[in-house]
Design a protein around this ligand. Sequence first.
Ligand code: 4NP
Length: 153
Amino acid sequence: MKILMVCLGNICRSPMAEGILRTKAEQKGLAVEVDSCGTADYHVGENPDPRSVEKSKEHNIDISSLCGRQFSVEDFDYFDIILTMDSQNYRDIQKLARDEKDLQKVKLILDYLYPGEDKGVPDPYYGEDDGFEKVFQLLDQASEAFIRTHFNG
Ligand code: 4NP
């Protein structure tokens, strides 16, 4: 199963989501490929924000060498599920869908944890450092819920 994590800049939330889900899938021996990208091109070619790198490292996940990229419409062909971090990312990706099949691939990651509540992962970029721990915990729980839903794991 191929999963694409999407946020705005691809330096704070989605690289953490990528690292967390990849690590859990490896630990559980699940055949999951994970990548991440941004809806915007602001940080293309950059490594993740140092605060995301540090927070992930505290939890034994190394995301330091990931490299920012922007979503491309071809991602609809390659990935099975596209997990967006908030409702703005969700709308931005849905606008690029070419057909119903593309549309069906786009989901809010927190729907796995809080079904139907339209919750978003808060953007920690401009906030205090403790925002990154909150984001990590939300993504950790959402990744567990994702695995329970798709793999009974
Ligand atoms: P992200 O956070 O979408 O979680 O990567 C942001 C990173 C950069 C910006 C906004 C949000 N920015 O405006 O540059």
